[in-house]
Design a protein around this ligand. Sequence first.
Ligand SMILES: [Zn+2]
Length: 457
Amino acid sequence: MRGTGCGWIDNKKKTCGVRVWAAVLLLALGLPAQGNRALAKEEELSPDPVVVVIDPGHGGDNLGAEYEDYTEKEMTLIVAKAMREELEKYEGVTVYLTREGDEELSLDERCAYAESVGADFMFCLHFNMSGEHTLFGAECWVSAFGEYYSKGYSFASIEIDMLKELGLYSRGIKTRLNGRGSDYYGILNHSVERGLPCVLIEHCHLDQENDQPFYDHDEKLRAFGRLDATAAAKYFRLRSEELGVDYSGYESLAVPVPSGVMRPDQSEPDVCMIDVTDQDMETGDVTVEVSAADYDSGMLYYTYSYDNGETFSGLQKWPDPEADTFRFTMRVPPRIVPQIVVNGYNGYDLYRTSNVVSLPSMDYKTEEELAAEQAQKEALESVSDDVEKEAGSADRRQKAELKQVDLHKTEEEPVSFSYFLGVCGVCALLVLGMVISLILILGGRHKRQRRRRRRRR
Ligand SMILES: [Zn+2]
């Protein structure tokens, strides 16, 4: 089956305002014939279930993007199976996958399969990678032609809003043409040939640190699948008793069917000018005001340089897609003559280089220099602490030695006592000698007295 699904019928009254708005837009764009045809088609809605085909990109020898341990063909299959599992929880929808395993299918075989099962829409799931590993964010590619553009864009606006809510940076919804003037991406080209609305979802970039947290686990890939399913359920206004959600009143963006080819933007941004509003000589912080605009595809990223474009920063997110002017602060190294320049990138990664602003050189210490000084200071303090500690321990050693000497003295006390006893012994001998001498002297005196008495007789 072709055309829109049952979800569209149940809400004719609710979509009325959207249709009127779409009709006004179509009239304003001078597209009454196609607009009427589109509206007339909606009136012929079929009550049959919506048939959705999910196409996990790549497979077999066609690995897709490869980065570190990640291989796109494996990741897209995990996302696709989770998308089917989630989408089958809704009523009024039949889901098919173009491949269930690691099969290699040509792009046309995928589209032929989708056509064979009567697909209302084909969702092609992919992951991206850039040559310089600089780009990041999610994007959707849609056909540049007629209702394939409007349906693709209408679904993609739901998908991109949900990926933004998840935290990814939006690289937008875009068309791209090949040299023959048809859709550049083969899957879009073949699906249009078979009358099949189709969208190519590049969930994020595998080779950029900004996006890595969104796919570094299988459960995160399954979360992508559930998100894709919810976006499809919103687009087809499905409801799910099991999930307890009802999108039957959901109003997706009404995108008028364009009369001509929706050509991609092939020119760089229209304007990119800068002005320096502040220069902090103490810290090296330079505040730059950027005024840039791209009237076709909008502004997407910017990079900045302080050496007149010799080297540039990595890509920075454009702060507000609605604003043409913003300010940012960059750190400029000391002891150089700063020459500030900015590249502003549009939605197709084309850039315009701004004017150059030269500034006076700044002589301040960088964080690295301050850190090195601090480290040196700490090293010196640590050395002085060691010396103090060494002195302290030497002091303690000396005191301990003195204490030991005291202890030795205490231990020598018995030696002093024996010395005392020796002295006492000597004294006792002296006293004994004196007593003996006294006895001898007295004995001698008695002998002399007896001799004198004998002579007198
Ligand atoms: Zn791919």
